[in-house]
Design a protein around this ligand. Structure first.
Ligand code: SF4
Length: 135
């Protein structure tokens, strides 16, 4: 299965199990920093996040929450359904950034130093011959 297919399949699987109760939103330390999230309330924000996983447009508050995620991981233990809410947020973030070819719905930061960083890290792990061959 392609990466895009895997993202779609996992999104659908987890969205089908999510009840949009909002416990993950309630547990999130980033909600005060995401516009409209506190006003919308946890269930509505969770509903919008689940909508993104179901190929929907989401809601402004849900997209703000998805974009504010810093991977604290506080959401996962809060889920009463035992779902990996942090992974759901990760999937929703990829999708909102346009990973499946749609226009981005949240800001995407381009890391112009990504390639040099990979090479720098690789130099720490490859011997000289491997560096000559791969870098
Ligand atoms: S806590 Fe779990 S079931 Fe409730 S909205 Fe979040 S992911 Fe869905």
């Amino acid at each position: 299965m392609s990466l895009a297919g895997h993202i779609r399949a996992e999104s659908a699987r987890l969205a089908a199990l999510c009840t949009a109760c909002g416990a993950c939103v309630q547990a999130c330390p980033m909600t005060p920093y995401a516009e409209g999230v506190v006003e919308a309330g946890p269930p509505a924000v969770a509903f919008g996040m689940r909508d993104v996983l179901r190929d929907g447009a989401g809601t402004p508050a849900a997209l703000a929450w998805i974009g504010a995620c810093t991977r604290s991981g506080q959401c996962t233990p809060a889920c009463p359904e035992g779902l990996d809410a942090a992974f759901m947020l990760r999937l929703a973030q990829w999708r909102a950034k346009g990973a499946l070819g749609e226009p981005p719905r949240i800001p995407v930061k381009e890391d112009t130093q990504f390639s040099p960083k990979v090479k720098g890290f690789a130099r720490l792990t490859l011997n000289e011959e491997e560096q000559r061959e791969w870098l």
